[in-house]
Ligand binder design. Structure first.
Ligand SMILES: Nc1ncnc2c1ncn2[C@@H]1O[C@H](COP(=O)(O)OP(=O)(O)OP(=O)(O)O)[C@@H](O)[C@H]1O
Ligand SMILES: [Mg+2]
Length: 279
């Protein structure tokens, strides 16, 4: 559904490429995460793919067709949740959705969309009076208000409280279950781990690592167990694979001294730092 091969992009007047030879594929019904430090080129890559930026080199395709060959009909195929909410502030939430939907043949019920993100009571409020999180939620539902097959979501949970973030993630998973293909960027590694089939770590416009979160965790993981006891401030570390024969671990379990116990497999935060940190 989404394909890039040796994709390069340089902003006019810039000294260096912002996207520097990246290749990845996103299959139908997959969620693909573009992760990486601020300024690494995540939003730029998305903007090339939804034809907001022109003049790329290499290949960028949506549904097997090069971006340069797509006309306006591209926009009924894709939905975009921009990084920063861009609404008409003097229009109400419902008016914003209706105006957006007037450009398309297909449209989901706008009131249902608002309900999905808990904005039904604010439907007739001017968006200028919305809080940041409310604008983000409206921005999110607008991205699929015309029922596109492919979604680009640029940091959709940024600035949301944990409950609203949960609601958005459940909707994203639901969209996946409906067969939608989703390219997402996020700085929340827990979200990426939960949502994405594949993640790519981008640094200075290059993909440093691309794989499923599971494979990455195995590759980077240290299979250890961290135990904290009431008697000491220092944790005790055990090898997870030797536990059943580890006498001191078994004694600790029986001692009743355990305060907390955690397996310490690598998480995407560790892998983010390992793959993208500058020397
Ligand atoms: N319109 C523009 N003109 C020139 N340079 C730009 C433009 N937009 C972005 N850049 C530059 O391109 C680089 C990548 O920016 P981009 O917005 O793609 O980063 P990002 O990975 O999305 O970062 P963030 O996590 O902060 O959103 C940055 O160095 C930025 O200054
Ligand atoms: Mg960005």
């Amino acid at each position: 559904m989404i394909h890039t091969k040796d994709l390069y992009f340089k902003y006019p007047g810039a000294a260096q490429n912002t996207v520097n030879g990246i290749s990845f594929d996103v299959g139908a019904g997959e969620i693909f995460g573009l992760l990486g430090p601020s300024g690494s080129g995540k939003s730029t890559t998305q903007k090339v793919l939804f034809k907001l930026l022109s003049g790329y080199q290499g290949s960028a395709q949506i549904k097997g067709k090069e971006i340069t060959d797509w006309g306006k009909e591209l926009y009924s195929q894709i939905g975009v949740g921009f990084e920063l909410p861009n609404h008409y502030l003097k229009l109400t939430a419902l008016e914003n959705l209706a105006f957006f939907q007037s450009f398309y043949d297909e449209g989901l019920d706008p009131m249902e969309l608002l309900k999905m993100v808990g904005l039904e009571k604010d439907a007739d409020k001017k968006v200028g009076e919305f809080s940041k999180g409310m604008k983000m939620r409206l921005n999110f539902v607008r991205s699929f208000a015309h029922n596109p097959e492919i979604l680009f979501l640029d940091e959709p949970t940024s600035g949301l409280d944990p409950s609203n973030s949960r609601i958005l993630k459940d909707i994203i998973l639901d969209l996946k279950n409906q067969g939608k293909t989703i390219l997402i960027t996020t700085h929340h590694m827990e979200d990426a781990e939960e949502l994405c089939d594949q993640v790519a770590f981008l640094s200075e416009g290059e993909i440093k690592k691309l794989d499923s979160p599971e494979n990455l965790k195995l590759e980077y993981g240290k299979r250890t167990l961290e135990v904290r006891t009431y008697g000491s401030n220092e944790p005790v570390i055990f090898d997870l694979d030797q536990l059943k024969d580890d006498k001191s671990f078994l004694e600790l379990v029986q001692s009743g001294e355990i305060k907390t116990i955690h397996s310490k497999e690598a998480n995407l935060n560790d892998i983010f730092i390992a793959t993208t940190a500058k020397k």
